[in-house]
Design a protein. Structure first.
Ligand code: DX5
Ligand code: ZN
Length: 226
């Protein structure tokens, strides 16, 4: 059972591996370790729940054998129940699936937690908080999408920020609120002020020459005066 956790006493950057250089995957992981990343965010897409395909458990499992970073799997797939065991076996420390894919998620959340893995529910920009509200007691993580899922590099949707605040109030105090999509120097402070602790960032890390500098800058903006 995974024992890794995150220190959320300060803002936590979650580098989205969707935007990494796949031709140099382990070099990218080593660069993120050197940049003192606590975690990797793995965007899994099935070409059905979202109109794009990425990578799956086999890739995650191979990287797991090479690093001790916290693995945060974001399953943008239509049937997470069918594939859950693969992601547990791959060594994910948190597994998040979408409420739009599984409208009655209690059993699946409990299966994830029974495996000793943190269980997360994600909601798309158009999905109201009321869709996940009945299930927050079974969630270790709530992921608010600030773009429509499927692709990196999209523009942040500020309209989702009230949902971050509502979920921070509704969720268990020890649960993490994560925001995903279009997070960068211009959007991270408002996201933190709304109540997020985890900040998924693809373009704003991987498109920069110095990942560490980009991460420190965004962490400071997230922690800074509001
Ligand atoms: C979108 C993914 C995100 C995305 C983030 O479907 O869930 O994690 O890769 O990329 P940026 O930060 O470029 O929006
Ligand atoms: Zn993601």
């Amino acid at each position: 059972m995974p024992t890794r956790t995150l220190d959320v006493t300060r803002p936590v950057m979650a580098p989205s591996m969707l935007k990494c250089d796949f031709a140099n995957l382990m070099a990218e992981v080593r660069t993120l370790e050197a940049a003192q990343s606590q975690m990797l965010h793995w965007d899994v897409m099935d070409g059905h729940f979202v109109p794009n395909l990425s990578y799956g458990a086999m890739v995650i499992e191979r990287v797991r054998s090479q690093t001790d970073l916290f693995f945060d799997a974001h399953l943008m797939i239509s049937d997470p129940a069918k594939y859950l065991d693969d992601y547990v076996k791959a060594g994910c420390d948190a597994i998040t699936f979408h409420i739009e894919a599984v409208p009655q998620p209690t059993e699946l959340l409990q299966r994830i937690r029974a495996a000793g893995v943190k269980a997360g529910l994600a909601l798309n920009p158009a999905t109201p908080v009321s869709a996940v509200a009945p299930f927050v007691a079974d969630c270790d993580l709530l992921l608010v999408m600030s773009v429509n899922p499927g692709f990196g590099g999209q523009a942040f949707m500020p309209d989702v920020l009230p949902k971050v605040t509502q979920l921070r109030q509704l969720a268990r105090p020890e649960a993490w609120i994560s925001i995903d999509g279009g997070i960068g120097p211009k959007t991270i402070a408002d996201s933190a002020a709304a109540g997020a602790q985890l900040f998924v960032a693809g373009s704003s890390i991987f498109d920069q020459p110095d990942y560490a500098a980009a991460m420190r800058d965004m962490e400071a903006r997230a922690a800074g005066p509001r």
